[in-house]
Design a protein. Structure first.
Length: 120
């Protein structure tokens, strides 16, 4: 799995975002067991404490849960996963619309461009 971490933003926040994306896109499907903290930290080339903090955040969001003796698992609550996916989509759309407005496009022009792109 490719971890794309940038130096311009806090690593912890990027880990949370990337793990959330892996969950909503099915890299880690509902009910699946995550690799151990140290294994994930090695893959991402980060401190295990930073990875632990990111995983705790996803537990707080309800996307992960921990079983004391066997590790962390992705929630089996598909509705919770869909909520996270929709929140991520809304953030992307909001950024896109803002970028289009900065380019001088109206909402209607943006919609027309999207429809044109979809058709061809």
């Amino acid at each position: 799995m490719a971890w794309n971490l940038q130096s311009d933003r806090p690593i912890y926040a990027q880990l949370v975002e990337q793990l959330r994306r892996m969950i909503v896109t099915g890299v880690y499907p509902a009910g699946s067991k995550l690799p151990a903290v140290r294994e994930l930290a090695v893959e991402a080339a980060v401190n295990p404490n930073t990875m632990q903090r990111a995983l705790v955040r996803l537990e707080e969001e309800g996307l992960l849960y921990a079983q004391r003796t066997s590790g962390r698992y992705v929630t089996e609550d598909n509705e919770k996963i869909m909520e996270a996916k929709e929140a991520m989509a809304a953030e992307l759309i909001s950024g896109f619309v803002s970028d289009m407005m900065r380019l001088g496009y109206t909402r209607e022009q943006t919609i027309r461009l999207l429809e044109k792109k979809r058709e061809g």
